[in-house]
Design a protein around this ligand. Sequence first.
Ligand code: IPE
Ligand code: IPE
Ligand code: MG
Length: 231
Amino acid sequence: MAEVATVKTPRHVAIIMDGNGRWAKKRLLPRSAGHSAGMNRMIGLAERAKKLGIRYLTVYALSTENLARPKDELDGLYSLIKKYFLKNVDALIGGGAALRVAGNLSLLPEDVRQVVNQGVARSPKDAEFTFCIALAYGSRREIADACSAAVSDGAAITEQEISSRLYTAGMPDPDLIIRTGGEKRLSNFLLWQAAYAELYFSDVLFPDFTDECLDMAIADYSGRVRRFGKL
Ligand code: IPE
Ligand code: IPE
Ligand code: MG
């Protein structure tokens, strides 16, 4: 049975899924095994988030900076993305979730782009749960592109005009950003949208970040006081 969302349930949670490579290394496995375990966990966490009444889950799966990694690692990641989109993400959509993508998809191979776009096209309009995947994503570029678009539309450069031209247009800003894997940085993720996000850093490597780990992060969030600069 779905658990009921409380006032303290974050509406939008974003996760920087880091630590797949180290997880594999610890087990003397190739990095691709870490990415595969990570994809599995990503789907598990999406299901958990939906059950908890979180409305939006955004996951950072591939940064523009990651595109400079060796070709064999990227090829492995692309085939995993295709596999998980065709099966698990499709099942999420079948269960009523909407899929969104944040990122510069033109930087991805055509077959990956097609699979991802098909999922977006198949998504229901008024879903209670939106799964947003950041692929070939870079936040500075996103902001610069939004400003350029505003200029060519003849719009004023206001916060609203910029927000409405980001990949995440129409989504609320993240309430909580979780980073797994021990690093304490944003790595070019949601820099604009994170203005008032609560940050949660976990040393757990992403493939080991269980549903209970997510619950703990949410519990931690629930205990925080968000002042938004007021008294
Ligand atoms: C995060 O895991 C997933 C991607 C960036 C694609 P990493 O691949 O960065 O794993 P570590 O940080 O090397 O352990
Ligand atoms: C951030 O992880 C990007 C994703 C999780 C997709 P990285 O492993 O690429 O980040 P850095 O290089 O440690 O900052
Ligand atoms: Mg990393």
